[in-house]
Design a protein around this ligand. Structure first.
Ligand code: BV8
Length: 246
């Protein structure tokens, strides 16, 4: 049995015995769906822009049309692709174990469309629209498309329903994620560079509560040093193998 198989078995045994599992996912879990990660170099028109610049209120105010177009480009990619085996393996995990909570940094809603039920979306949803001034969620028929970005009936621009850099995460969702992390037996961290805060604190709360930490990533991340098991590889390949052992 090679080293990866031994590690898979060790991780599967811990998951099998777990009463409460928290799964933290990042852009890497959707990479095999064709959704570019934040780490991936931006392509084409977006090559010369830093995502963290575009994904911010200042970036939007400086150039609302550019940021709106970037989100429309990303929405099209999400619409034209679908969940991959990594997402479906997590649906199986939720079915097999007594309690699994998916805490995701992703805004593509692929965990929901794959079939997971217990999901905490820390950074919002890319398909949703909000009034830039009021923050209110807007229905499609409330958007005035005579400009780009569209405008809310209050006259302010419409923005995507995601949490930008420099904006607070939804407080209830975040505190629920931290509470689950503090009370879990196993924390499974998949496809995240572990850089963006406060999301990247979830595994640290699990560690403080003596949970067993497992990471799935094709490269080491900022979190790998605190992991009990690091399963190196693509999430779409590793997760089905891992879940099949449970
Ligand atoms: C906030 C939505 C405060 C938008 C996103 C300490 C504490 C608090 C804040 C900070 C702090 N330090 C710094 C900050 C500020 C900032 C921050 O974290 N900056 C970073 C750059 C240092 N944080 C914030 O601004 C947050 N807000 O704290 O506000 C506050 C409080 C009160 C009042 C006002 C303000 C808000 C952060 C949320 C930003 N929004 N998304 C959008 O999508 O457009 S973050 C966005 O980037 C993603 O959602 C995701 O979270 C992040 C990218 O991270 P990853 O998911 O890790 O993806 P990445 O591409 O980086 O890496 C991919 C990984 O997958 C890699 O490891 C790769 O190896 C791996 N991989 C690739 N392919 C595969 C794979 N793994 C497996 N299989 C594969 N096939």
């Amino acid at each position: 049995m090679d080293n990866l198989e031994k590690l898979l078995e060790k991780a599967a045994n811990k998951l099998k015995a777990a009463k409460r599992v928290v799964v933290l996912t990042g852009a890497g879990v959707s990479a095999e769906s064709g959704i570019p990660t934040f780490r991936d170099a931006q392509v084409g028109l977006w090559e010369k822009y830093d995502p963290a610049e575009l994904a911010s209120p200042d970036g939007f105010q400086a150039n609302p049309k550019l940021v709106w177009d970037w989100y429309e480009y990303r929405r099209e990619i999400v619409r034209n692709n679908k969940p991959n085996p990594a997402h479906f393996a997590l649906v199986e995990l939720e079915k097999k174990l007594p309690s699994v909570v998916i805490v995701t940094q992703n805004v593509d809603e692929y965990h929901r469309s794959a079939g997971n039920k217990n999901i905490l979306e820390l950074h919002g949803r890319i398909m949703e629209n909000r009034c830039f001034k009021e923050g209110r969620l807007l229905k499609e028929n409330e958007l005035n498309h005579s400009s780009i970005p569209p405008r809310c009936h209050c006259g302010s621009y419409v923005r995507p329903g995601v949490v930008w850099f420099g904006e607070a995460l939804p407080s209830n969702t975040l505190s629920e994620a931290f509470t689950h992390a503090r009370n879990c037996d196993v924390c499974l961290v998949i496809g995240t560079a572990g850089v963006v805060q406060p999301a990247a604190s979830v595994p640290y709360y699990a560690q403080q509560s003596k949970a067993f930490l497992i990471e799935v990533n094709n490269l080491p991340s900022a979190l790998t040093s605190i992991m009990n098991v690091f399963l190196q590889g693509k999430a779409g390949e590793i997760l089905p193998k891992l879940i099949n052992l449970i």
